[in-house]
Design a protein around this ligand. Structure first.
Ligand code: NI
Length: 394
């Protein structure tokens, strides 16, 4: 299995050039026109059957193995974030206000590298590889839209794999965990409605700011006092908007936040308590509250059998690496939608290098990673695809 790493290392320049090119020309969700153009050009050049324009800018390609067998879907996301880059890298974003700050430039380059590796090995493949280059992972629902447009049909995948470069951990670390690994997320918006008035005559107004302040504090009791200490949940209010003047009580205040959970029962409990606390505190302060909660993604849940196979594979493909079987994060990922329908595994691969200061967190203006992760990730993914096809076939 080591040969995949050797082969990926041999075409490191290819991966590197692609990654830097994507990094210099980042595109937001559903606008990945240039990126998708390069992706389809590279896939066509291998002689693959390519479908473009799936969910606007998504690209799907098939690698048919020489022998029949199951179908493995490999997913790579392509979108960037609305962030002004501050890395100062020579390959920094040339698109003002847009940046690959999550590593999806790397994922796209890894996907094309995997396509080359697997294409070279198609004589040994027992089944079909479905390569999926997904748009709009960052909260815009790209995966859901691709599913809606049939990415899980014709042929239907038997398993699905994806990975994420992971700057929380150094190069050489690999995280493959069974069960839930990334959280279900909702975005919530609350409008507290009172009655505006003069700041010096509060008794003639109904102050929504005071109610909103109590709501922010009250909501923290959900995790502290309602969720079991052995379970996981996050309730964050990240935005408070209300009022303009020092001497005016505003008529309304808006709060925005997010809820993250792993377990559907915990999620239901948190949402129920959220509504009760918001509504009753508002009522206690003579205000009204309107709540809008929108579900972003379910939890990313790894299939235990496929995950344990992937864990075994790491030692063979990347023998120098450290395998962590307990990595979980409260971040969200829309690979969750694919894994709801198809069993599979979402893997993390360490990409930070503190000595080279390539260790800023994901979604940070100075985010960048050690590019030596590219061949490692491509080798892992290629071996994972080949390995899971042959095991699944038996
Ligand atoms: Ni990401």
């Amino acid at each position: 299995m080591n040969r995949y790493l050797n082969e990926a290392n041999e075409i490191f320049e290819y991966s590197l050039e692609l990654r830097r090119d994507f990094h210099m020309h980042p595109e937001l969700g559903f606008q990945e026109v240039r990126t998708a153009g390069i992706v389809s050009r590279e896939l066509y050049s291998l002689g693959l059957e390519v479908t473009t324009g799936v969910a606007e800018t998504g690209v799907v390609a098939m690698i048919e193995g020489a022998q029949p067998g199951p179908v493995a879907l490999l997913r790579f996301d392509m979108d960037a974030l609305p962030i002004q880059e501050e890395t100062g890298a020579e390959y920094a974003s040339q698109n003002p206000g847009v940046m690959h700050a999550c590593g999806h430039d790397g994922h796209t380059a890894i996907g094309l590298t995997v396509a080359r590796l697997l294409h070279a090995h198609r004589q040994e493949l027992k089944g079909t590889i479905k390569l999926v280059f997904q748009p709009a992972e960052e909260g815009l629902g790209g995966a859901k839209r691709m599913i809606h447009e049939g990415v899980l049909d014709n042929p239907r995948p038997d398993l699905a794999l994806a990975l994420h470069v992971w700057n929380d951990k150094p190069l050489g670390w690999v995280g493959i965990t069974p069960g839930p690994v990334m959280a279900a997320g909702e975005s919530v918006r609350i409008v507290v409605i009172g009655k505006g008035g003069h700041g010096a005559m509060p008794h003639l107004a109904v102050d929504p700011l005071l109610a909103a302040s109590q709501i922010v504090v009250g909501l923290q009791s959900i995790v502290a006092r309602n969720v079991s200490p052995l379970k996981t949940a996050v309730v964050t209010i990240g935005a408070v908007h209300g009022g303009e003047a020092f001497n005016v009580i505003p008529p309304t205040v808006e709060l925005k936040g997010t809820i993250r959970t792993f377990d559907p029962e915990v999620r239901a409990l948190v949402l129920e308590r959220f509504e009760q606390i918001v509504e009753r505190i508002a009522e206690a302060f003579n205000c009204q509250a309107k709540i809008e909660a929108s579900f972003l993604t379910p939890a990313v849940v790894n299939d235990s059998t496929i995950t344990s196979r992937m864990q075994t594979l790491v030692g063979q493909v990347l023998p120098e690496s450290t395998l962590d079987t307990e990595e979980r994060t409260m971040g969200s990922e829309d690979m969750a939608y694919i894994l709801q329908d198809v069993p599979g595994c979402f893997m993390f691969i360490g990409s930070a290098n503190a000595e080279k200061q390539l260790n800023a967190p994901h979604h940070h203006p100075r985010f960048d990673f050690d590019e030596r992760v590219l061949p490692r990730a491509a080798a892992l993914m290629a071996a994972a695809a080949v390995g899971s096809l042959s095991v699944h076939a038996n």
